[in-house]
Design a protein around this ligand. Structure first.
Ligand SMILES: C[S@@+](CC[C@H](N)C(=O)[O-])C[C@H]1O[C@@H](n2cnc3c(N)ncnc32)[C@H](O)[C@@H]1O
Length: 175
C-alpha cells in the first residue's frame, strides 16, 4: 500500500481537524486504504456534507464501501478526480484529504495528481496530506514539498504528531 504502517487514530484526527471540515459542503478522501481516515472523517462529518472516497484498489474500495455505507466510495484513480465526481453526479469539493503514498510515486505522477487536486478544489478550498518526519528531509521528501509549493498558493506544516509510527506532520494547502 506504500505505507510503513497504518496511520494512527491520532494522525487521522489531526488530519480531519487541519482540514476545517465544519463548513465544507463536499469532502473527498484519496486512497482510503483500510479506512483509518475514513472512519474519523465519517465521525466528524457535519450534517448534510457529502463525503466521497476514491480508491484505486477495487477490493479495498469494496471493503471501505461495506464498512461505511454513507460514504460514496468510487473505485478509481486520483489522476481523474473531476471525472469520477462528475460521473457520480457529486459536487466539486471544498476539501480533499489524502492518504496517498506520495513517496512511491514518480515525479510526473505526483505532479499530475497535485495539479488535478488543485483544479478540482473549489476556490479557497483546502487540501491536507501527511508526510513522515525524517524522510521529509530526503530528496523525495523535499521534491514533494517543492511540488506542493509550486501548485498551491499557501502551504503550512503542522507540529509533529508523535503518536504515530513513524512520527508525521500534516501539510495544509490552500487553493
Ligand atoms: C497507504 S494507503 C492509505 C491508508 C490509510 N489512509 C492510512 O493512512 O493508513 C494508500 C492507499 O492509496 C491507494 N492509492 C494508491 N495510488 C492511488 C491512486 N492513484 N488513486 C487512488 N488511490 C490510490 C492505495 O491503493 C492504498 O489503498
Amino acid at each position: 500500500m506504500g505505507a510503513i504502517w497504518p496511520s494512527s487514530p491520532a494522525l487521522a484526527e489531526e488530519m480531519v481537524r487541519s482540514a476545517d471540515i465544519a463548513t465544507t459542503r463536499c469532502i473527498v478522501e484519496l486512497g482510503p486504504g483500510t479506512g483509518v481516515f475514513t472512519k474519523k472523517i465519517a465521525a466528524m462529518l457535519p450534517e448534510g456534507t457529502t463525503f466521497a472516497a476514491i480508491e484505486r484498489d477495487v477490493t479495498l474500495a469494496q471493503q471501505v464501501a461495506g464498512m461505511f455505507p454513507t460514504v460514496r466510495v468510487i473505485a478509481g484513480c486520483a489522476t481523474e478526480i473531476s471525472r469520477h465526481l462528475r460521473e457520480a453526479s457529486l459536487p466539486t469539493p471544498d476539501t480533499i484529504l489524502s492518504g496517498l503514498p506520495w513517496a512511491v510515486f514518480p515525479d510526473a505522477l505526483q505532479s499530475r495528481i497535485l495539479e488535478e487536486i488543485h483544479a478540482t478544489l473549489n476556490p479557497g478550498g483546502t487540501f491536507a496530506t501527511f508526510a513522515y518526519y525524517g524522510p521529509h528531509r530526503l530528496k523525495s521528501g523535499r521534491r514533494f514539498s517543492d511540488n506542493l509549493k509550486s501548485v498551491f498558493s499557501s502551504v503550512e506544516k503542522s507540529p509533529i504528531i508523535l503518536n504515530n509510527f513513524p512520527p508525521a506532520f500534516i501539510y495544509r494547502c490552500k487553493r
